[in-house]
Design a protein around this ligand. Structure first.
Ligand code: FES
Length: 283
């Protein structure tokens, strides 16, 4: 029974999704087979298959969802439920570059809200909207576990740390002008479709991409170093894109520290000033 038939049998008749061209269908079927083979149960392959169809059209279309349903023996309703739950799947055609501004709590108070407002005005688009030239889609994004580098902007899921309204404006201008931009850390930037293919589990074959993508940033490792009794790197103010760091000399492994990453003095680290009960007035 095909996905469309299953839906009709459930009393949810729907116009069939447009078909992929034969060449595209053959290619996707071959790729889908490789993805499905990785899992003991085929339905476990749904998330990577959604990325795979997203890599074809830049978003998860009805055609893509019907393809996933047919390959995995699911209903399109089941596939739709998953595709609409996760924000990494787009439901409509969007820009070449998804510029996501983290406006979760920490990034918001560190400047994420101001960045988002500035980009909205600069690009003349709202949340989830795309510039007229089809280059940039602006979005609020949720916390990407990079709070130590707040405020964070992500382009096609690559990190641009410690941003300001000015640096983020330069970033989108560079993207629109076709100038090369380099993420603060991680793999080099690629198109949204290429990103989706990597997320489907196909290797990133660009030279140096794998080496560049591993490892936690220095700011994320400070707590671990302190817990191990190792000296934490000295804090310094990160220069925004194209600017120079402001204070302490750069130290190996500390390239991405930001001013708010500085280990704070505590009674343990500052025995001369132990914490204690507040002194009574007049003592
Ligand atoms: S709040 Fe922005 S990365 Fe966590």
């Amino acid at each position: 029974m095909t996905a469309a038939n299953r839906e009709v049998s459930l009393g949810m008749p729907q116009l069939p999704a447009p078909a992929y061209p034969a060449e595209v269908l053959a290619r996707l079927e071959a790729d889908a087979e490789k993805v499905i083979a990785r899992y003991p149960g085929s339905r476990s392959a749904l998330l990577p298959l959604l990325h795979l169809v997203q890599s074809e059209e830049g978003y998860v279309s009805r055609t893509g969802m019907a393809f996933c349903a047919d390959r995995l023996g699911l209903t399109t309703a089941e596939v739709t439920a998953v595709a609409t739950f996760y924000s990494m799947y787009r439901r409509r055609p969007s820009g070449d570059y998804q510029v996501g501004v983290c406006t979760n709590t920490l990034c918001a108070v560190m400047g994420g809200d101001a960045i988002f407002d500035r980009l909205k005005e600069h690009l003349d688009v709202g949340n989830g909207e795309t510039t007229e030239d089809g280059k940039v889609t602006l979005e609020h994004i949720e916390c990407n576990a990079a709070c130590d580098f707040a405020p964070v902007v992500m382009v096609n899921w690559e990190f641009f740390d410690n941003q300001t309204p000015e640096s983020a404006t330069r970033l989108v201008d560079d993207l629109i002008a076709g100038r090369t931009v380099e993420p603060t850390r991680g793999a080099p930037l690629c198109t949204y479709k290429d990103t989706a293919r990597i997320l489907a589990g196909f290797p990133d074959e660009r030279p140096g991409a794998v080496e560049a993508s591993g490892g936690a940033g220095a700011a994320s490792l400070i707590g671990l170093k302190l817990a191990k009794g190792e000296a934490a790197p000295h804090a310094r103010v990160v220069g925004q894109r194209g600017e120079t760091p402001q204070d302490a000399p750069p130290q190996k492994g500390a390239e991405h520290l930001s001013s708010h990453d500085a280990p704070q003095q505590t009674s343990a680290s500052d025995p001369e000033h132990p914490a204690g009960p507040a002194a009574e007035e007049g003592e």
